[in-house]
Design a protein around this ligand. Structure first.
Ligand code: ATP
Length: 282
């Protein structure tokens, strides 16, 4: 059984059909890419899967659960985490604090959880709305509560995530001081704090230099293996897409014009005409 399956998922904005009858299947452990020209409907598809939009028509199933129209934080709680095209970190906080806060807000026991129970889901979605000063206060007040056991577990888990994402030596740096590629990794580390089964990556290579892009390809495969993830990514960078995807879906004007292996997609005339024939970064 597919881990995630959409059935004729469709989104209409007034008279515009942004995504039409999208049938996606993600199987456990796969890395699947969604490509297509600007305005093809990729972000809209992501937004429906992650609960930002409720599809106008169609359903989304995650394992045995119909998650169509379920709110973003609930979807995160079920095991789908996402990153955004525009990085959303607490810029003034340290690298470690960015991961600590996601972990702190994800604790499940104690007085702390009564106050901020399972808010990590919100952090990944609404961190841009949560003032940095409030984020800092949450961190300070949780320390003040003195939950040593929880504190230690959270610190350990955060350091583990930083180790796995190659950021542990930079844990005390201000997050905004990191190069772009490492900020994207930090965003992924924070998403991993919610213990996802599926990780949705929105243009993970955007703005990266060639070295960062090379590293990203290995990195995505590593975290897929280490955290037993299934990865679904929107990406324009063909080197990344063709290098690591098990399967690729191609959207054009909301319609799925092709799906298949990298080789099948590269040889598909319709895809070449609509997308691959134009500039790689279009
Ligand atoms: N909230 C919205 N209201 C109205 N139209 C929208 C909305 N969101 C997206 N659209 C339209 O839906 C279409 C698909 O947009 P979408 O952002 O999903 O494309 P995309 O493939 O992600 O593009 P890009 O690669 O530029 O990010 C576009 O015509 C866009 O203008």
């Amino acid at each position: 059984m597919a881990l995630l399956k959409t059935n004729n998922m469709t989104m209409k904005f007034g008279g515009l059909t942004a995504v039409k009858d999208f049938n996606l299947e993600l199987n456990k452990g796969e890395i699947v890419a969604l490509i297509g020209p600007n305005g093809a409907g990729k972000t809209t598809a992501f937004n429906m899967i992650s609960g930002v939009y409720k599809p106008t028509i169609g359903t989304i199933n995650f394992k045995d659960t119909n998650i169509t129209g379920v709110k973003p934080h609930e979807i995160t709680k079920l095991g789908l985490a996402r990153t955004f095209q525009n990085i959303r970190l607490f810029k003034e906080l340290s690298v470690l604090d960015n991961v600590l806060i996601a972990n702190h807000l994800n604790v499940n026991s104690g007085i702390l959880s009564a106050c901020v129970n399972n808010m990590a889901e919100y952090v990944s979605y609404f961190s841009h709305l949560l003032p940095e000063s409030v984020a800092s206060k949450i961190l300070k007040s949780t320390s003040a509560l003195g939950y040593k056991k929880e504190e230690n577990e959270i610190l350990e888990k955060s350091l583990f995530l930083l180790e796995k994402t190659g950021l542990v030596d930079l844990k005390d740096e201000k997050s905004s001081s990191l190069p772009y590629g490492l900020q994207r990794r930090l965003e992924i580390a924070r998403a991993l704090a919610t213990n996802p089964e599926i990780l949705l990556l929105d243009e993970p290579a955007a703005g990266m230099n060639p070295k960062e892009t090379d590293d990203l390809t290995d990195f995505i495969q590593e975290i897929r293996d280490d955290f037993e993830l299934t990865v679904f990514m929107i990406e324009h960078h063909m080197q990344v897409v063709m290098g690591i995807s098990n399967k690729i879906y191609v959207l054009d004007y909301g319609v799925t014009i092709a799906e298949g292996t990298p080789q099948e997609i590269q040889n598909n005339d319709r895809v070449i005409q609509a997308y691959l024939g134009v500039s790689e970064d279009a």
